[in-house]
Structure formats: C-alpha cells, structure tokens
Design a protein around this ligand. Structure first.
Ligand code: PLP
Length: 404
C-alpha cells in the first residue's frame, strides 16, 4: 500500500486532543486539584426548548408510514433552506434557497470543499486561525501562504497584491483572536480575490456573536462577493448544535470559473459523497429561526458573551493585554514576560487549575498568546475570573525562570 504522504506531515495530535491529553495527565497526577476549563471549543448550555420540541415532533412523525422520511434532498430540505434565507434577510442579504446546501457541520464542509479545487492550488490562510484550515490544506497537499495577524494589525491581516493565491480562507469573527473584519476590509479581500481569480472560503461560524450592527455578518454583504466567495455557517455555536450537527454552505450560482459553475460541481460532489442531513435534525435547525427559537438561542449567546466580559475584565485587572471577546466567545491574551504559549498554558494549569488554549496551536503568529473560551458555565467562569483577576504574573514568570 502507498499512503497519502501529506497526512504524515501533520502534527501528531490535533490541538484540542493535545490539550485534553495534558489536562488528563494533570488530573491523574493531582486528583484533588480543581480544574476550571476555559480551553474548549464546545458549548455547555442545553439545547433551546423550541429546538427540542421540533425534533421530538419530527421523531414522532417517523412512526407513521405516511409521514416517515427516508433519504431526503441531498442539498437540504426546502423548509430549512427557506428559513436560512429568511435569516439572511434580517441583515439585508438576499440569498436564494437554490444557493444553500445544508450539511452536518462546518468542520466537514471546510474539509470537503477542498474537493472543488486543483491539488496544486495555492492557499492563503490567516495566521493564527482555527487549525482545520491548515490541517486540511496540508492533507490535500496544497501550497500554503500566510496572511499574518499581529498585535499591530489587530489580528486582521489584509491582502498583499504581490502574493498570489487561488484559494483564500477567511474567518470572521476569528477563532482564536475574536477579531472581526469591517466592510471596507472585506471589500479589499473581495477585490483581491477578483484580481487573482481566486475563491474566498468565508467561515462565519461565530456570526451570531457580533454585537455591533455596523460590522458585517456575511461576506455577501460585500458587493462582488457572489462571484468570488463561498460562505460556511453552522448551528453549533449559534444554537448549541455541537452534538446535534447541522451547518450550511452558500455556493452562489453566479460563482463560475473558466465556464464551470462551482454550484453545479458542488452539487455533483455532494450527490456522490453525501446522503443528506438527518430530517429530525433539520426540523430542529429550522426551529432556531422561529421567533421563539431566535429569542431562546439569543439568550444563550448573550450568556456566553457575559462570560466573555467577565474573563476580559478579570484579565485586564491583572494587568495583561487582551483583545477579542467583544464580538466572539474568545478572549485573546498576550502572555506577559514573553512567555511561550505552551509554557504559559502549563503554568496556568499546574498552579491555578485554569485550562486555556495555547495560541501557538493556531499557527506561528499565535506564539506568545493564549485563548480563553467563554463557553463554560457561569459558575466556572466566575471562579476562573476571580482567580485570574488576582493572578500574580510576576510570580508566574519567576516560576518559569526557576524551571517551575
Ligand atoms: N469553524 C470555526 C471557526 C470553528 O471554530 C469551528 C468549531 O469550533 C467550526 C468551524 C466547526 O463547527 P462545526 O461544529 O459546525 O463542525
């Protein structure tokens, strides 16, 4: 047998598996220690009642021969695609149900979209960013160039004309930095994509966390995006579907290259490799967009954002620099005294029982930074905020100097 050599080029562990492994080891060594988890991507609030009710009704339908659902429309049920378009209309974006593809998660969508593009495509990735962008590009054997996020550019890297790319991944609000592009900045990316005949893959998984109405919630708010961009969004963070699994991809019919329609090719790809999203799950997802569903899921988003405020304020009180956490459930902290990310992570875990995510795991530009997630329970976040606000970083740095 011959392996895909590209897969052997990946780090041994996926970032969040590595964090979980280190936390497990710490637990085994210190079974008595209290651990406050601010490191995870996962939500903790229960599903909205409107969603559970809709899924219960759908499950009961399956008992009856005349209302049973077998294989569905591979593109997604029309009732859900229409509801998604209705959601876009609330922020004045016109999307047609024909352009919407429902599926089982943004992670799979991000990976699967690789199928559309030539193996020797050059991919432009923001750095730092959600590690799946990089890992899937490595597995596909792509040439990768980076758009570097820094403290100076507010972790919102902009295109550079002299660097060519065929495929551009953007994530706004960004995981891990929480940075959000403005309309003018996205306009510059759309113009760059047109100039390079490139396609933008826009990950809007945290769109529901944007609190400022002036900030764009979709790439399709930008003129010209429908001929150069694909958008991915997910019910995971907007409505707690991390365990239920449902997402969508917008591939506009206007998006073509060399006379080929990307919409048609994506439809062809999905018809071969995907058999549709569970009917029960799609009923639950559609309930997210009902008036009651929206009221309920927005309360959860607000809950997580209040957590983010608690974390941000606590860290600032302790004297460190932070950014993010205003339009995203992640607070991004600069490690003081030039501590390296994993070093700072280990010390926070060992001496304070606080789990974070090392910025270096999101790309080289994340080195020296930590991400704090606001997806925990209020109780966990309050305990962590209490510890963080009183944290003595000089002491932490001394531990480092003396090897802990
Ligand atoms: N995109 C980003 C930026 C994410 O942070 C995540 C999950 O953390 C995903 C996509 C994956 O979402 P899903 O649960 O829909 O696979």
């Amino acid at each position: 047998m011959r392996l895909n050599e590209n897969i052997t080029k990946l780090e041994q562990n996926y970032l969040f598996a590595e964090i979980a492994m280190r936390v497990r080891r710490h637990r085994e060594e210190h079974p008595e220690a209290e651990i406050l988890s601010l490191g995870i991507n996962d939500v903790t609030r229960p599903l909205a009642p409107a969603v559970c009710d809709a899924m219960s009704v759908a499950a009961q339908e399956m008992r009856h021969a005349d209302r049973f659902h077998g294989y569905g429309d591979v593109q997604g049920e029309m009732f859900l695609r229409r509801a998604i378009c209705g959601y876009y209309r609330t922020f004045k974006v016109g999307i047609e149900p024909e352009d919407v593809f429902v599926s089982d998660g943004a992670k799979s969508d991000l990976a699967n979209l690789c199928d559309l593009f030539a193996p020797d495509s050059t991919v432009l990735l923001p750095n730092p960013v959600y590690p799946v962008f990089y890992d899937t590009s490595v597995m596909a054997g792509r040439r990768i160039v980076f758009a570097r996020g820094t403290k100076e550019n507010g972790f919102l890297p902009m295109p550079q004309e002299h660097i060519h790319a065929d495929l551009i991944y953007l994530c706004s609000p960004n995981n891990p930095t929480g940075a959000v592009y403005t309309r003018a900045q996205l306009q510059a990316w759309v113009e760059y994509a047109h100039a390079h005949q490139a396609c933008i893959i826009y990950d809007a998984a945290y769109e529901a966390y944007i609190r400022n109405a002036a900030l764009p919630r979709s790439i399709f708010e930008i003129a010209g995006a429908e001929t150069c961009a694909i958008e991915i969004n997910s019910f995971s963070k907007m409505a707690g579907f991390t365990g239920v699994r449902c997402s969508w991809v917008i591939v506009p019919r206007a998006l073509t290259t060399g006379g080929q329609s990307l919409h048609r090719l994506w439809m062809r790809r999905q018809a071969t490799k995907y058999n549709g999203t569970s009917y029960i799950v799609q009923r639950g997802a559609a309930a997210v967009f009902s008036a009651e569903g929206q009221r309920q899921v927005r309360m959860d988003v607000q809950y997580y954002m209040e957590n983010a405020d608690l974390i941000r304020n606590a860290l600032r009180r302790s004297g460190v620099f932070t950014t993010g956490g205003e339009h995203a459930p992640y607070v991004w902290m600069e490690c003081p005294y030039h501590l390296r990310s994993w070093d700072c992570f280990e010390r926070l875990l060992r001496y304070h029982g606080i789990v974070s995510s090392p910025g270096a795991g999101f790309g080289a530009q994340g080195e020296g930074w930590l991400r704090f997630s606001s997806f925990g329970s209020r109780e966990t976040i309050e305990l962590a905020a209490h510890k963080l606000s009183a944290l003595d970083w000089d002491q932490l740095a001394l531990w480092q100097a003396s090897g802990g």
